[in-house]
Design a protein around this ligand. Structure first.
Ligand code: ZN
Length: 96
């Protein structure tokens, strides 16, 4: 379907899971999907199939894709994910 993408587990282009997540996200946006729709597809590849690791989330503020295991968090109050730089300051205060 997409030129240059091979469905090989050891494809050199995808040394890390992150590369595959970002590549799919970018390709879906190029096909005209909104970021929300594109991430819905990523989510299905994480939770429904599952082919991709589930620790990649989309920040509800800046809409970037980030690795939840390296930073950022899910906020129960708002039921939203935030990357490290968009984390609401009130969350850290509430933890204390
Ligand atoms: Zn963010």
């Amino acid at each position: 379907m997409v030129e240059g993408v091979k469905l090989l587990k050891n494809n050199n282009e995808f040394k890390h899971d992150k590369d595959a997540v970002f590549k799919i996200f970018e390709e879906l946006k190029e096909l005209g999907l909104t970021k929300e729709k594109a991430f819905e597809v990523i989510w299905m590849l994480q939770e429904v199939v599952p082919l991709l690791p589930d620790y990649y989330e989309m920040c509800s503020e800046c809409e970037c894709i980030y690795n939840l295991s390296e930073g950022g968090e899910y906020v129960e109050d708002t039921q939203k994910f935030y990357c490290e730089s968009c984390r609401p300051p009130s969350v850290e205060e509430a933890d204390e």
